[in-house]
Design a protein around this ligand. Structure first.
Ligand SMILES: *[C@@H]1O[C@H](CO)[C@@H](O)[C@H](O)[C@H]1NC(C)=O
Ligand SMILES: *[C@@H]1O[C@H](CO)[C@@H](O)[C@H](O)[C@H]1NC(C)=O
Length: 376
């Protein structure tokens, strides 16, 4: 009888929760929002004459190569559209950054100004492109890049932020882990699975805050000093990696770790929330937390009743955050900015064709958020 009562109470609590999420109003059509944003971003930032993205909107006639970070974020957003023609152009554009070793340099100088985290993101794009276009060249580049990135692993799991630099960043480590597991999914190389596990273990052992369970920014390889800043993107990519690890290995401990990171991230009193209940990270950092939780919900889904109830709680919170971005960070149709006030002020003095000035990476991050939302 006591058990039955408990079950009923749990049921009642969950039912209320569902009612609450319905009461928030009709769902946005994220697939449509994403499609429109991609069309806009292509028209607005792809420079046909240069065969490249431009950091500045085309109508300003002020072409500037974006950084490779921007390239990786918009590259992934374009891959998600499945448009092979656009994707082919984007992959050629990425070659403008590839140096003679096979690293993707920060700029088109193709020099040794190389960040490992950006390269891990480029690797994701290469794999998406391989999956969609079937070009073995993309896979070869991805394997070459993975071998280069492996040379930046120290301390059995920590990954350098910049090549040959001494700062071990959580973001390089978590993004390498995710790149490794994605490549494992394609080529079945077991050593990659071990790599992903070692990197994730290293992050938990070296950079987890014991109090709130979130992940610090990184540490110095020589002094061991920890930078205690916390950003949504390292936690987000860890959640993605853990979701894949639990699905490939059937080892439930990875799954439990993923849940504990999601729970820590969604703590309203925690590091990622404003007093008004919004995520406080710029969307170039927060989009990977959207994707992480989306990966968990879509990849690690056994279809059990309790799991599905828990996932509905996560999805409802993602919707709250995505709706906030959609309704509040759009400065002009299909144009998103983190700092709306600043963007609007700047746009009073600088517009082209009535469209305010803005930065490619923000629209690209917004596109990835809406794409992730369209999957759940
Ligand atoms: C995460 O939170 C859910 C409730 O939303 C709870 O059921 C679950 O046990 C928590 N898991 C971990 C590992 O903290
Ligand atoms: C999107 O582009 C617009 C216009 O160039 C810009 O003002 C805005 O900041 C960009 N938003 C994002 C999220 O990149």
């Amino acid at each position: 009888m006591i058990i039955l009562t408990n079950v009923l109470i749990v049921w009642w609590v969950l039912a209320c929760f569902d009612l609450l999420s319905v009461a928030k109003g009709g769902d946005l059509n994220y697939g449509e929002i994403y499609d429109e944003l991609i069309v806009f971003t292509w028209d607005h930032y792809w420079d046909n004459d240069e065969g490249s993205w431009s950091k500045n909107p085309n109508c300003f006639n002020d072409f500037k190569y974006p950084s490779v970070w921007d390239q990786a974020v918009i590259g992934k957003a374009i891959a998600e559209s499945g448009d092979t023609e656009k994707l082919g152009k984007v992959m050629e554009n990425l070659d403008d950054y590839r140096n003679s070793d096979g690293w993707y340099s920060s700029t088109t100088a193709k020099d040794n100004d190389v960040y490992v985290d950006d390269n891990a993101q480029v690797l994701w794009v290469l794999l998406d492109s391989y999956r969609i276009r079937g070009s073995s060249e993309d896979l070869d580049k991805a394997v070459t890049l993975m071998n280069l990135i492996k040379s930046q692993v120290v301390d059995n799991g920590g990954v350098r932020w910049k090549i040959n630099d001494e700062y071990l960043a959580s973001i390089s480590t978590s993004e390498l882990a995710l790149a490794a597991i994605k490549l494992y999914q394609v080529n079945g190389d077991e050593t990659l699975l071990q790599f992903a596990k070692a990197s994730i273990d290293w992050l938990f052992n070296n950079l987890q805050d014991p109090n709130d369970k979130l992940i610090y920014d990184g540490k110095s390889a020589s002094s061991g000093d920890v930078n205690k800043g916390k950003l949504t993107y390292s936690v987000g990519t860890m959640i993605s990696t853990l979701a894949y690890l639990s699905s490939f290995t059937k080892d439930i401990s990875w799954y439990v770790k993923a849940l504990s990171l999601v729970n820590a991230s969604l703590d309203k009193d925690g590091a990622f929330y404003t007093e008004e209940g919004h995520w406080n990270n710029p969307i170039r950092y927060s989009h990977l937390l959207f994707v992480g939780i989306e990966d968990l919900v879509t990849v690690s889904n056994t279809g059990s009743f309790l799991q599905s109830k828990m996932y509905q709680g996560y999805i409802s919170e993602l919707k709250t955050q995505a709706e906030y971005i959609y309704h509040n960070l759009e400065i002009s149709p299909n144009l998103y900015a983190d700092d709306v006030k600043q963007a609007k002020a700047a746009s009073d003095s600088k517009t082209c064709d009535g469209i305010p000035d803005s930065d490619l990476i923000e629209n690209a991050s917004a596109a990835q958020i809406f794409y992730a939302m369209s999957k759940i």
